[in-house]
Design a protein around this ligand. Structure first.
Ligand code: 5GP
Length: 219
């Protein structure tokens, strides 16, 4: 299997930034995990955050948990590709792992909000593919927030009221997936990534590939 900067067909390609956004509880974390497990050549961007760690989370895997002064320092030193304040906490994408992955020809998956997506789009429109995940209903969203049992009732109430604000940004995204069923939603997100990987403009090796084909034909 050819990886790195090449597609499965051996043609060199620019890496892309694959962004998933949604209100919390719409299933984005599960979809991200499935993508990383099942798609080759895709690396998760691990964000830095000032929010407290939830039960079951691991520092360095789910987030880099940092205090406010350390986060401010990262901002000052321009170490973040984008950052935003969400639910009174700061979240941001460390720049260097993303640049390293992209230059090694890997695609990078981001679980970030609409504010971060706007910033990435401003920086690298041609390399950003964005997907917004919607829950099928408000009742479904609330059920999922309760079932993950990680947050207090007050936090859940806050997240529900933020959900409608977050959803108002759906039209800024390239693709919209409604998560009725996780397998179905995963298949849709996977198709988007597969198709985007085949986009002509990203496949910088095509010129050489076709030239080679033509010279063989002309024999
Ligand atoms: P949670 O606290 O539930 O893990 O995340 C809250 C929100 O912050 C989610 O919408 C998530 O997508 C967003 N988020 C996580 N990391 C980042 C980041 O690095 N940048 C931005 N802009 N948003 C982030």
């Amino acid at each position: 299997m050819t990886m790195g900067g090449h597609g499965y067909d051996g043609v060199e390609r620019r890496g892309l930034m694959f962004v998933l956004s949604s209100p919390s509880g719409a299933g984005k974390t599960t979809l991200s995990r499935l993508l990383i497990e099942r798609m080759g050549g895709l690396k998760m961007s691990v964000s830095a955050t000032t929010r407290p760690m939830r039960p079951g989370e691991v520092d360095g895997r789910d987030y880099l948990f940092v205090d406010k002064p350390s986060f401010e320092q990262m901002v000052k030193q321009d170490e973040l590709l984008e950052w935003a304040t969400v639910f009174d906490n700061r979240y941001g994408t460390p720049r260097s792992p993303v640049e390293a992955a992209l230059s090694a020809g890997q695609d990078v998956l981001f679980d970030i909000d609409w504010q971060g997506t706007q910033q990435l789009r401003e920086k690298a429109r041609a390399d950003v593919v964005s997907v917004f995940i919607l829950p099928p209903s408000a009742a479904d969203l609330e059920k999922r927030l309760h079932s993950r049992a990680q947050d207090s009732d007050e936090v859940i109430r806050k997240r529900m009221s933020r959900a409608s604000h977050e959803m108002s940004h759906w039209a800024e995204y390239d693709y919209i997936v409604i998560n009725h069923d996780v397998d179905e939603a995963f298949a849709e997100v996977q198709s988007i990534l597969k198709a985007e990987r085949l986009k002509r403009e990203r496949r910088v090796g095509l010129v050489g590939f076709v030239r080679n084909l033509q010279s063989q034909l002309q024999g």
